[in-house]
Design a protein around this ligand. Sequence first.
Ligand code: ADP
Ligand code: ADP
Length: 232
Amino acid sequence: MLEVRNIEKYYGSKNNVTKALDRVSFSVAKGEFIAIMGASGSGKTTLLNCISTIDTVSAGSILLDGENIAELPERELARFRRERLGFVFQDFNLLDTLTLEENIGLALTINHADPQEVQKRVREAAGRLGIENELAKFPYQVSGGQKQRAACARAMVAGQSLILADEPTGALDSKASKNLLEIMSKMNRAMSATILMVTHDAYSASYASRVLFLKDGRLFNELIRAERTRQV
Ligand code: ADP
Ligand code: ADP
């Protein structure tokens, strides 16, 4: 589903080049929950930004469902991100002036999906994540955990192929981290979301089905975990 082939990323100019990614290759199958680990400066965010089309690779290719991200024209990037990628942010990134229902369905609404279809999909995702009774509320009227669930529902309600999360638990205390990881795990297991999560935290990575390690821009090994039996 995601194919990263031999990508390289350089920053800077001739006399001062930083090689942020060096011949990185891996693939992700549908339904996997991948954690990308590595020390600060190892290239994790660069890798995620290249996949999310926020940044471009210097060499190599990234294919999502067979489509080469590097060849997408600029004007199609916002649409590509909205339709194909879901983002889980630390700070939820919900719009204050919209209800949870409107926030969750936003990408579909922008794409002019049939309103009844939007409502159906939003309610289904909200139901699975346990916020079906909060849909008419605005973000300021619900708890942090409920906002997080709404943000997660939004990341997958439009049928996005891949969910990207950059240090989603980075600023959370351990209880909130555990909550978010349980939600992501549920999205992965019960709702078949494919997730790519950058983290430097081993506890967060323990929720993944596979861990990729970056060191100085190179992928140096993979740890394949046994299928987890964690119940969510
Ligand atoms: P990580 O997310 O693992 O901390 P990054 O992807 O942020 O690593 O950084 C990888 C390397 O690329 C580092 O050496 C960093 O200094 C460099 N780098 C990242 N972004 C830029 C940039 N915009 N300009 C120049 N160098 C950068
Ligand atoms: P638009 O606002 O015109 O739809 P954007 O490029 O701002 O286009 O956003 C498209 C999608 O990409 C949105 O779902 C947004 O949440 C996500 N997005 C935008 N910027 C970032 C970023 N820096 N990191 C992760 N996701 C982003």
